[in-house]
Design a binder for this molecule. Structure first.
Ligand SMILES: Nc1nc2c(ncn2[C@@H]2O[C@H](COP(=O)(O)OP(=O)(O)OP(=O)(O)O)[C@@H](O)[C@H]2O)c(=O)[nH]1
Ligand SMILES: [Mg+2]
Length: 275
């Protein structure tokens, strides 16, 4: 039985090969045609093919990089108001919140004529979670809303600056250069610091941090361990020196009329409309 079955399969083999190559009758005439052509014609065909292939590769890369970076991240220290801002931006309504332990996301339609839709993502601010969530979403960020509690800014300035430093010197973030919007939240509280003052104090604090942190930088291109040098060497740090645009806006996710009233987010919404 074994000999029989092997014998029959060997007999069938040439038939299968014939059937598998339907282009066989065309190959020989094509080869003859090509042999008769001028070499210049052949080079032209090869160049044209190369152009078509490289255009396809370029288009695929260009389109995918455009579509992937459509996230607007809400980041900041614990209790700065990210989750309330997230709710207000999406529905306009007030919501009681609890400290976030995971991310949440939803489509956000910008208030512009174009009406682009971005994915708004609320990240947890807790120290032990914030870097792992930033790592997860940073490459998709079209914009990063860095939320600051303006009412207790003085007390938190060092922590705020440290977090912002990590974010601004991140290699992926500085390469993609998403818009950075520093939302100086809780402006309804009387003690709240203004956006201008927060910007000045952060520039000062980041300047100091740069001295302590950059002592660790050694490589020639200024990058080591996934971080870049902040701003321009030999000059006091200013946000204008960065590759990304950094804007400071005042807002209040709670609003001056507390839970019943509307939030005050016009300037933040305007920034998001420009993306
Ligand atoms: N007065 C005032 N309170 C606010 C404002 N925004 C948020 N809050 C309050 O601040 C507290 C913290 O707000 P959340 O939105 O939960 O803060 P969060 O940044 O998400 O905090 P984590 O999830 O822990 O990172 C809540 O009690 C909010 O009601 C604001 O603009 N003004
Ligand atoms: Mg939260």
């Amino acid at each position: 039985i074994e000999a029989d079955s092997t014998g029959s399969s060997m007999e069938e083999k040439p038939d299968v090969e014939m059937a598998e190559n339907p282009f066989e009758p065309y190959i020989e005439p094509l080869r003859r045609q090509l042999e008769n052509q001028e070499p210049v014609f052949l080079i032209g065909v090869i160049v044209a093919l190369a152009v078509v292939i490289s255009s396809c590769v370029f288009l695929k890369y260009f389109l995918s990089s455009k579509t992937v970076r459509s996230a607007v991240l809400l980041v900041g220290l614990c209790d700065s108001g990210k989750t309330l801002l997230f709710c207000r931006l999406l529905s306009g309504k007030f919501k009681r919140t609890q400290t976030s332990i995971t991310d949440s996301s939803a489509p956000y339609k910008a208030k512009s004529d174009r009406g682009s839709t971005w994915t708004l993502i609320d990240l947890p601010g807790h120290e032990s979670l914030r870097s792992q969530y930033l790592e997860k979403f940073k490459s998709t960020a079209r914009a990063i809303v860095f939320v600051v509690d303006s009412a207790i800014f003085q007390k938190e300035v060092r922590d705020v600056a440290e977090f912002l430093y990590d974010l601004l010197t991140d290699i992926v973030i500085s390469r993609n250069a998403p818009a950075i919007i520093v939302a100086c939240n809780k402006q309804d509280i009387t003690m709240a610091k203004s956006a201008k003052l927060i910007q000045q104090q952060l520039e000062k604090e980041l300047n100091t941090l740069r001295v302590t942190r950059s002592a660790a930088l050694s490589s020639q291109d200024g990058s080591i361990g996934g971080s870049m040098y902040l701003g321009k060497k030999g000059k006091d740090f200013e946000f204008g020196q960065l590759s990304m645009k950094v804007e400071f806006v005042e807002c209040s996710a709670r609003g001056s009329k507390s839970e019943d009233g509307d939030a005050e987010l016009e300037r933040l919404e305007k920034c998001l409309a420009k993306l």
